[in-house]
Design a protein around this ligand. Structure first.
Ligand SMILES: Nc1ncnc2c1ncn2[C@@H]1O[C@H](COP(=O)(O)OP(=O)(O)OP(=O)(O)O)[C@@H](O)[C@H]1O
Ligand SMILES: [Mg+2]
Length: 142
């Protein structure tokens, strides 16, 4: 582990399916360079990918903030978008409002948010309709 503590920020643009996955790929490479365990990197990459896809699919744009230290990785995904009217429903496995076009691209299983929670040691989501959504999670280093 070469680091003490640092932060990186990334932007994600809504509806940018061509660029989707770029941030999670970049973060994966960064964590590898820093020297986190494979398992830690994998969990962060999966969770970031799901959060990034949700921004591409549903929001207008987002800022992803990554905080790293030897204890682990903390992520904030703060978007500007429609928000989520019922978070409890949205968190259910299989619930999805994905369009036919998104489903044709292989998305819309309704597993993204549950997958983020499953891969994280700490997870929180808050949302305001017509404003945006904040997803935060922490993956402890091992
Ligand atoms: N950032 C967001 N802004 C607005 N709505 C969202 C956001 N993230 C998720 N949602 C809503 O919550 C639902 C469930 O999200 P989840 O990621 O679990 O599944 P999905 O994106 O529909 O499918 P999958 O992730 O399996 O491709 C979405 O269909 C959408 O209605
Ligand atoms: Mg999703």
């Amino acid at each position: 582990m070469t680091t003490t503590k640092f932060r990186r920020e990334f932007d994600v643009v809504g509806d940018d399916f061509a660029g989707a996955g770029r941030v999670s790929t970049e973060i994966k490479a960064l964590l590898k360079r820093v020297g986190y365990a494979e398992q830690t990197i994998r969990r962060v990459a999966i969770a970031v990918f799901e959060a990034e896809m949700n921004v591409v699919m549903y929001a207008r744009r987002a800022r992803i903030t990554l905080d790293m230290d030897p204890e682990g990785v903390r992520i904030l995904v703060d978007d500007v978008g429609p928000g989520i009217p019922d978070i409890e429903v949205a968190m259910q496995e299989g619930y999805s409002t994905a369009t036919d076009r998104m489903r044709q691209m292989g998305f819309g299983a309704g597993m993204g948010l549950p997958n983020i929670r499953r891969n994280a040691d700490e997870f929180a989501i808050e949302s305001e309709v017509n404003s945006g959504t904040r997803v935060r999670f922490v993956v402890h280093a091992r």
